[in-house]
Design a protein around this ligand. Structure first.
Ligand SMILES: [Zn+2]
Length: 361
């Protein structure tokens, strides 16, 4: 994560890090997830899910502890209109008395599928509070943050639950994401089945003026691109010089880390004065949001943002302090090694920031 004013002291590194469980195969129930974002310019996202169930008591969670945000800040207050159906009937659900992120339901005899629907309401503007709970959409663009659009059953790790996601975007909007696409037709995208862990770690950036810029260095086998969304066509226009700087960044990161630990990499960059401004790391992407002039007159202010979030793909995602690595989003994260997670990144990020300019001079 990177927000203005956040700095961590970097101490001599005692790196008690473990490998993320991102690559383990899913073994839990396969859940159908349909996200209708056609009304996102009006701040409404409609969610429909179908999950295999057995009769009896079932507990569902809305993601609470959000990776990279290091706190229990899932935007539960923005979830509304929750309806559950089984066996052709609407069934009652009950909110847990101690945890607002937990829902209890009794699946009736004879039912083997639970249908869940709800709306996610986007904040009206940039808003306050934690990162992704703040504004993520305007009339021209949206960041689809999957942890806001799912419930998941208790009793499974996030890497065991398999989701089959589809996404409908406003007509004519294009998109970028590290998710693998199974099929796309018109404004409807069907993604390949993916674990809940990888889904939550793979946002979708979409925009009427969407642009994808290839920043893969010559000879580099792994594809890297910057996906741009802005409130105007001018906002997403990247100069050849700037493109070269980011290509340098990718080249130098390869020399720094010695190998690649992802399938390909997407810098998801939002340029808007009407969304929250921050950066949030993911394994194969980062969700970074800056003012509309971020590629022009505001360039210097955001110069170190993408390098910081890019470093997090290695320090924070590929390698992570053990007690920040939780099996699902209900278990609390312990942050005693956050100084490694953020501090080392705050050291290596500026080092790579400088290489953007000097490597080709
Ligand atoms: Zn950070």
């Amino acid at each position: 994560m990177s927000i203005r004013g956040f700095h961590s002291a970097v101490r001599p590194a005692l790196l008690l890090l473990i490998l993320s469980a991102a690559s383990l195969p899913a073994a839990g129930p396969a859940i159908v997830l349909n996200v209708d974002a056609t009304d996102v310019p009006r701040k409404v996202i409609r969610v429909h899910m179908e999950m295999p169930v057995q009769p009896g008591k079932l507990t569902l969670y809305y993601p609470k502890w959000i990776p990279g945000e290091h706190g229990p800040d899932g935007p539960i207050a923005n979830l509304t209109g929750l309806v559950m159906k089984a066996g052709g009937k609407t069934i009652a659900w009950r909110r847990d008395l101690l945890d607002v992120y937990t829902f209890h339901v009794d699946v009736p005899e004879g039912a083997n599928v639970l249908k869940v629907s709800f709306d996610y309401l986007e904040p009206a503007g940039p808003g306050g509070g934690p990162c992704t709970a703040r504004g993520s959409a305007t009339g021209k663009l949206a960041v689809i943050v999957w942890n806001q659009e799912v419930l998941y059953p208790a009793g499974w790790r996030a890497d065991e639950l398999l989701y089959k996601p589809t996404l409908q975007l406003p007509e004519g909007w294009q998109y970028g994401t590290p998710l693998a696409v199974e099929h796309a037709s018109g404004n409807r995208i069907e993604f390949k089945p993916v674990s809940l862990e990888r889904l939550v770690d793979s946002p979708v950036l979409s925009c009427e003026y969407f642009q994808a810029v290839d920043v893969t260095p010559p000879g580099e086998p792994i594809h890297h691109e910057i996906d741009l969304a802005g409130d105007s066509r001018a906002a997403v226009r990247m100069s050849p010089e700037l493109r070269q700087h980011y290509t340098n960044l990718v080249a130098e990161s390869g020399k720094l880390f010695g190998t690649r630990h992802y399938r390909d990499y997407h810098f998801l960059l939002t340029l808007s004065d009407h969304v929250a401004h921050f950066g949030l790391e993911h394994h194969e992407s980062n969700d970074s949001r800056v003012p509309e002039n971020g590629l022009t007159t505001g360039r210097v202010r955001m110069a170190s943002l993408l390098p910081h979030e890019f470093v997090h793909s290695w320090n924070g995602k590929f390698r992570r302090p053990a007690d920040l690595t939780t099996p699902d989003y209900e278990q609390p994260m312990k942050t005693d090694l956050l100084w490694v997670y953020e501090g080392l990144t705050d050291y290596l990020g500026p080092v790579l920031t400088v290489t953007q300019w000097v490597v080709d001079s």
